[in-house]
Design a protein around this ligand. Structure first.
Ligand code: GAP
Length: 458
């Protein structure tokens, strides 16, 4: 069962009220399906990216990070197949002029019993006719034929109009990793198997974006390509499935909110593919993907670039194009899952309801909030906050009752509230309140840094 406390409306409202995520370009009336991360949200998202990088790059003996350009030579997208086949089947409702994905219409109409991934465009059109699938917006049955719609955003470069070249905003970060395979291998002297990872923006002109930050037109991906020898690919595919699942459990996800879903239809070059789905408020939906892409990507780039991407094994001199196990997860989609998983409304003994975000402390925007019990303790409390800020993001709050200040921190998931009171002046100790249990302990100020380090590490 999904987290019952949370709905998308409540989450959007909390995110806006507490500086986590704002609607994009809001003062101009917004720009559909774009979102801006606020002061709290950017810290949480950065922590998500840090945790991922630590697990998949820093802690991996043979994985290396890069940061490739968003704009790439257009031949990259020809080689990868994106210019010809990175598209969705779209249909327009002639009555209300809204645009829809034919596959989504079929999935919704059949309540998930029919899998449109296995259908051609003609078969999808026939299904929609036969089952009289109406427009979900206006209820009419007046469709255009299916047209294939490429999802890449185009732009152009060149100083004069006559000299313009069509280029694309990358729709995935993965190609930056493939085209740098030889550079990374040469400069790190890595032996296969090894990995290349990066975190960066991707752009897709989605036909049906929505569900807050679940599907947007601009988003961030965290992708890791594992280059290995054919024959070992099956073992590494299973290892990455396991590692990807373990990462989510370690971030605090409940196991019953996660599941694997094998793809019913594989790309012609792929050997295996699955998603990990999360039980979002709108139902089970893809959180990340793990794909065995064979030697397709490097072979295509070798063919289109004319540069050798063949690996020479230093042990036996054999030459081959490595296979790729890809693990790909959206930073924003993971952020949404983290927010949904953390959200809670607790009824306290006095009947009050407390809104609390139970983030893993490593993901929380602020590791602690320093609160003077009374305003005349502000100088000591500010001094403590300044000292702790050299090590962690720390909030300072002196406005309102101590109870109200606790609630504000609970709502943004600050794991510890540190109260400076009159005893602090004599014995140098403070009260440390735990966000989840609300229990309080007394600690010497000079032990706080070690305490927070231990509690907030990932
Ligand atoms: N390189 C492989 C690749 O891009 P994908 O399944 O299209 O595969 C990988 O995307 C991940 O990126 C998804 O599992 C999801 O987490 C995220 N993602 C994809 N499209 C997205 C969108 N429009 N908005 C937000 N996240 C998206």
């Amino acid at each position: 069962m999904a987290n019952q406390a949370v709905t998308m409306d409540k989450l959007v409202a909390l995110c806006k009220a507490r500086g986590i995520i704002f609607p994009g370009s809001e003062i101009y009336g917004g720009m559909g399906n774009t979102w801006d991360y606020g002061p709290v949200g950017v810290e949480i998202k950065n922590n998500i990216k840090r945790a991922w990088w630590k697990r998949f790059v820093q802690e991996s003996e043979n994985s290396f990070g890069i940061d490739a350009a968003i704009l790439m030579n257009s031949r990259v997208w020809e080689a990868s197949g994106h210019t010809t086949s990175f598209s969705d089947p779209k249909m327009d409702c002639k009555a209300c002029k809204t645009r829809h994905r034919a596959d989504n219409l079929i999935e919704a109409h059949s309540k998930g019993k029919v899998n449109p991934d296995l259908m051609s465009n003609a078969e999808m059109e026939a299904y929609i006719q036969e089952h009289h699938v109406c427009c979900p917006n206006c209820g009419n049955f007046d469709w255009t034929p299916i047209r294939t719609f490429n999802l890449m955003f185009e732009t152009s470069r060149g100083v004069t109009d006559e000299n313009q070249n069509r280029i694309y905003l990358r729709p995935e970060t993965a190609q930056g990793e493939f085209v740098n395979f030889a550079n990374v291998q040469r400069t790190t002297r890595a032996k296969v198997p090894f990995g290349i990872a990066q975190i960066g923006k991707a752009f897709r002109n989605e036909i049906t974006p929505g569900n807050f930050i679940f599907r947007t037109i601009e988003f961030e991906q965290m992708e890791h390509q594992w280059f290995c020898k054919e024959g070992t690919d099956g073992q590494y595919y299973n290892e990455f499935k396991e590692k990807a699942f373990r990462f989510l459990l370690d971030l605090g996800f409940k196991e019953e909110h996660l599941r694997f879903k094998d793809h019913d239809k594989l790309a012609h070059y792929a050997r295996a593919a699955c998603d990990i789905q999360y039980l979002y408020p709108m139902g089970w939906s893809e959180l990340n993907g793990i794909h065995n892409r064979t030697d397709y990507d490097l072979s295509r780039h070798q063919e289109y670039s004319g540069k050798s991407l063949t690996y020479v094994d230093p042990m036996d001199g054999s030459r081959y194009i490595p296979y790729v196990i890809e693990y790909s997860i959206g930073a924003d989609r993971l952020m949404l899952a983290v927010l949904c998983e953390a959200y809670d409304e607790e009824t306290l003994e006095n009947g009050e309801v407390r809104n609390v975000m139970h983030f893993h402390p490593a993901l929380a925007a602020y590791k602690a909030a320093v609160l003077p019990l009374q305003k005349n303790l502000a100088p000591q409390a500010k001094e403590l906050a300044a000292a702790l800020r050299k090590r962690f993001p720390v909030m300072y709050d002196e406005a309102g009752s101590i109870g109200k200040r606790y609630r504000r921190q609970d709502e943004i998931g600050t794991p510890y509230c540190i109260t400076v009171d009159f005893d602090t002046l004599t014995d140098g100790t403070v009260t440390v309140r735990d966000r989840d249990s609300m229990e309080q302990i007394r600690l010497p100020m000079d032990s706080l840094a070690a305490y927070l380090t231990e509690k907030c590490s990932f």
